[in-house]
Design a protein around this ligand. Structure first.
Ligand code: DGL
Length: 262
């Protein structure tokens, strides 16, 4: 069992920010990653559509023998993880905006959250936000338009920078000292975000925490890969693979990227 792969899925290339953390902490593990770019952005879809897409991705990963699935997408996690955990026998790790540490460590009493509409309007997000932000000011911003630009490989475009500036600059008026990245695509925007918000705002993303949680759950379930046979990493994308190869940017090519219609 333990040499079976860890599955990951996202609406596209964003979840690779999680994958990178996972293989850093668990370099011996095999992985399979699904980039459902054809259906991006999930953040603009209804809760029912996000659930249906999450089920489709989960069933493909299970059919490929995955021992555990990381839902490497805040939008899919906040809308589908409860269903997935109830209906499939393998363990699931989800990713949610890290509101708790931001709220806990804020000195100004104000934090910003940049996430998709699908995440911000989900019941799970509402529950977590209610729990941790009662005594602080929370500036929530829907990052509409950012994911399609990242998926189109326009990471360093003026168009993306201007959009980001429109979303983030107003937060400074509220004196935020933390910005929570509530979408796995956004860690790829950290250089631009730092330029816009400056040093006084700490950026919080959950990649490392997800990797640690994955390790804990694998250990608990006796699922860690023990054999020392070299690990393999397979990526499947249902649009053109170029953008995924660019973002993975691994000169040693420890992975294979395949185009697949799913
Ligand atoms: N990367 C995803 C997330 O973490 C989905 C973004 C989208 O497709 O809208 O929310």
């Amino acid at each position: 069992m333990s040499s079976k792969p860890i599955g990951l899925f996202d609406s596209g290339i964003g979840g690779t920010s999680i994958w990178k953390e996972v293989i850093k902490l668990l370099p011996n593990e095999n992985t399979i990653y699904l980039a459902d770019s054809k259906n991006a952005p999930y953040g603009e879809k209804s809760a029912e559509e996000i659930l249906a897409l999450s089920i489709k991705n989960t069933e493909l990963l299970i059919s490929k023998g995955c021992k555990l699935i990381i839902v490497a997408c805040n939008t899919a996690t906040t809308n589908a993880i409860t269903y997935l955990r109830t209906n499939y026998a393998i363990p699931f790790i989800g990713i949610e905006p890290a509101i708790k540490p931001a709220a806990l460590y804020s000195k100004t009493g104000a934090i910003g959250i940049l996430a998709t509409k699908g995440t911000l309007t989900s019941k799970l997000f509402e529950k977590t936000a209610n729990e941790y932000t009662k005594t602080i000011t929370t500036i929530k911003q829907d990052g509409e338009g950012l994911v399609p630009l990242i998926e189109a490989g326009k990471l360093n475009s003026d168009e993306l920078y201007k959009l980001l500036e429109n979303y983030l600059k107003p937060m400074l008026q509220f004196n935020i000292d933390h910005l929570v990245l509530g979408c796995t695509h956004y860690p790829y925007l950290i250089p631009q975000i730092n330029t816009i918000l400056g040093e006084g705002v700490k950026i919080i993303d959950s990649g490392e925490a997800v990797a640690k949680q994955t390790k804990t759950i694998l250990e608990k379930n006796n699922l860690l890969k023990t054999s020392s046979i070299k690990s393999t990493h397979q990526f499947y994308i249902n649009t053109k693979k170029t953008v995924l190869e660019v973002i993975l940017n691994n000169p040693n090519s420890i992975y294979t990227v395949n185009e697949l219609d799913f």
